[in-house]
Design a protein around this ligand. Structure first.
Ligand code: SF4
Length: 341
C-alpha cells in the first residue's frame, strides 16, 4: 500500500484559519533568521548526464545539453563572493553529472581559493578514475553525495542504467584513497569560524555520503543498502522521490501528500540555482527552467536574490503564486507545509 508522507496533524494545524495568521508571523521571523544565516548557491556546471535513472526527469528535459563557460562560472562565484552575503554552501551540481564537465575539479579549487566556502557536489561516481580521485582529494571539496540507487547489480543497473561493478569500485576506491590521505587523523577546514567536522563531518575530507532514492524497484534492498554502506560512508540517505513540480509520476511505495494551503518554500529566501547558461531558475525542481528569475550575464547575485525574495514575500503575504505556477502541483515537503515549524 502506498505510504503517504503527509505530516497530517501538523499540516492540518498550520492550515486552520486561527493558526494561519500565527504561522505567517512565525515564517516572517524565520525569514529574518534565514537572511542573517546566509544562502546556498547551486551552480549546474553541466546538464549532461551519463546515467538514466528511473526517478529522474533528465530524459524529459527540453533544455539543450551544455557545459558552463568559464566566464559565466567565475562571474557567479565572484558576484556571490562580492555580494556581502554570507554563503552557506556552493553546490556545484544541477541536472547533470558534474564529472561530465572535465573542468569540475578546477572549478571546485577556484571556489575554495576564493574564500573559506563549503563546497559540495552530487555525483553518480561512475566517471571517476584514479587520477580524478587523487585530484578530488586535493581540490578542497568538502562533501560529495553519491547517488547509488541499488546494492545488487540487477537492481542498480535497472534503476540507473550504469555499470554496477565500475561504480562500486570507484566509490570503494575513493573511500580507500581518502583514508590513505588522512592517515594519522584529519584536521578539517575552517568554515566561517567553524570546522567542517562540526557539521557532522567525518574527520576526513571530503565528507562522503551515499544516497538511495526509495522506489518500487529497489524497495527490497533499501535495508541491504543501508547495512552495506553504514560504517563505510560518513552518512547514508534514503530520500523519497518527488514529482518534480508536478511533471512526473513516481513508482514508489512512499509519496508526499499535496493537500492543503500552499506556503512558500524556504528556498525563496536562501537558495539560488543557476543553469549552465547562467540563468537563475525557480528552484532545483524546475529542471526545464520554466520559471526564470534572473541571468548572471546581466545582473549581480544580490539583485537576483532580491527579486526572488520579493516573489517569496508576495507568495507569503498575498498567496500570489502567479509567477511560480509550477509550485501548485509540486509535492515536496516544502508544500503543505510544516517546513517552517
Ligand atoms: S513549491 Fe516546489 S516548485 Fe515551488 S519553489 Fe518549492 S520546490 Fe520549487
Amino acid at each position: 500500500m502506498t505510504k503517504l508522507i503527509a505530516h497530517r496533524p501538523f499540516s492540518y494545524l498550520v492550515n486552520t484559519s486561527v493558526y494561519r495568521k500565527l504561522y505567517a508571523r512565525r515564517i516572517h521571523k524565520e525569514i529574518a533568521k534565514i537572511e542573517a544565516g546566509g544562502i546556498y548557491v547551486n551552480i549546474e556546471t553541466t546538464n549532461a548526464c551519463n546515467a538514466d535513472c528511473l526517478m529522474c526527469p533528465h530524459s524529459k528535459m527540453k533544455r539543450s545539453p551544455g557545459i558552463m563557460k568559464e566566464e559565466i562560472f567565475r562571474s557567479i562565484v565572484d558576484s556571490a563572493a562580492e555580494s556581502g552575503l554570507r554563503i552557506r554552501e556552493f553546490v556545484l551540481s544541477g541536472f547533470g553529472e558534474p564529472f561530465a564537465d572535465k573542468n569540475i575539479l578546477d572549478r571546485i579549487a577556484y571556489v575554495k581559493a576564493r574564500g573559506p566556502y563549503y563546497v559540495k557536489i552530487f555525483s553518480n561516481a561512475s566517471l571517476l578514475t584514479t587520477e580524478k580521485t587523487e585530484k578530488l582529494l586535493t581540490s578542497g571539496l568538502d562533501e560529495i553525495v553519491i547517488s547509488f540507487n541499488g546494492i545488487t547489480k540487477e537492481v542498480y543497473e535497472s534503476v540507473m542504467k550504469l555499470p554496477f561493478e565500475k561504480s562500486l569500485q570507484n566509490v570503494l576506491a575513493l573511500l580507500a584513497a581518502r583514508s590513505r590521505k588522512w592517515e594519522g587523523g584529519g584536521q578539517g577546514t575552517k568554515v566561517r569560524g567553524r570546522k567542517t567536522e562540526d557539521r557532522g563531518q567525518a574527520k576526513q575530507k571530503p565528507k562522503i555520503v551515499l544516497s538511495c532514492v526509495r522506489l518500487a524497484d529497489n524497495k527490497a534492498e533499501v535495508a541491504k543498502f543501508n547495512a552495506f554502506w553504514k560504517g563505510k560512508a560518513d552518512a547514508v540517505l534514503k530520500p523519497i522521490p518527488e514529482n518534480w513540480s508536478g511533471s512526473m509520476e513516481q513508482d514508489s511505495p512512499w509519496k508526499y501528500d499535496i493537500k492543503g494551503r500552499l506556503w512558500p518554500c524556504r528556498g525563496m529566501w536562501d537558495t539560488l540555482d543557476f543553469t549552465w547558461d547562467g540563468k537563475t531558475i525557480l528552484c532545483c525542481r524546475d529542471y526545464d527552467g520554466r520559471v526564470i528569475i534572473g541571468d548572471i550575464k546581466n545582473e549581480a547575485v544580490k539583485d537576483i536574490l532580491a527579486r526572488k525574495r520579493a516573489m517569496g514575500t508576495r507568495q507569503l503575504e498575498h498567496g500570489d503564486f502567479s509567477d511560480a505556477k509550477i509550485c501548485k502541483s509540486c509535492d515536496t515537503m516544502n508544500k503543505n507545509n510544516i517546513n517552517w515549524l
